[in-house]
Design a binder for this molecule. Structure first.
Ligand code: MN3
Length: 207
């Protein structure tokens, strides 16, 4: 049974960056649906007890095309949104500290340069998708963008995502309409960098 991340903030805590209805719909409808669909498909495929990252890494072992595609889309939707909703919060924003700040500077030159680069990937992702900050097998950081609900795990990159930006229209359309770049710019005001640093430390620990 895969468990949807429970919000640690109220739906209106992220205003004015993300409005209450956007959070309620995104978490309570979209993310909830991915989770329910994943659980139904996982039961059918006999993989309900798997860790989500193990499942996404080994999708090619599932023979039934429809089940494999469903698990890729809904398993990705489940995993991606668990990361997304756990990396934002009330009274956040600011800048990363400690080891994460050092690693970002090492990889991209500065925090501002990192923001510019990942924003460009997020803006440039054609259609629905995600931009990612991931940890490489040697502990470095790398950026990427993916379509639909794919992620660096389901694509078999060997990298571990620690931060993401959802650029599906359902993430921002009520507040920003067609202005994806404005949403991305404001999104940094609600990022919980402490949580992202924990993601980094967990990713490195597991290697
Ligand atoms: Mn979404």
């Amino acid at each position: 049974m895969f468990k949807q991340y429970e919000l640690t903030y109220a739906a209106d805590d992220l205003e004015p960056v993300l409005d209450k209805l956007t959070i309620e719909t995104h978490h309570g409808k979209h993310h909830a649906a991915y989770t329910a669909n994943l659980n139904a498909l996982a039961e059918k495929a006999g993989v309900s007890d798997m860790d989500i990252t193990d499942l996404l890494e080994t999708l090619n072992k599932i023979n039934d095309d429809a089940v494999r595609t469903g698990l890729r889309n809904n398993g990705g939707g489940f995993y991606n949104h668990n990361l997304y909703f756990s990396e934002i919060g009330k009274d956040c924003g600011s800048e990363p500290q400690g080891i994460l700040a050092e690693k970002i500077t090492e990889a991209f030159g500065s925090f501002d340069a990192f923001k510019e680069k990942i924003s460009a990937l997020a803006i440039g992702q054609f259609g629905s998708g995600w931009a990612w900050l991931s940890v490489t097998p040697d502990g470095g950081l790398v950026l990427s963008a993916t379509a639909n609900q794919d992620n660096p795990i389901s694509l078999g990159t060997g990298n571990t995502p620690i931060f993401t930006i959802d650029v599906w229209e359902h993430a921002y359309y009520l507040g920003y309409r067609n202005l994806r770049a404005d949403y991305i710019k404001k999104f940094f005001d609600i990022v919980n960098w402490k949580a992202v640093e924990e993601n980094y430390l967990n990713a490195v620990k597991g290697r």
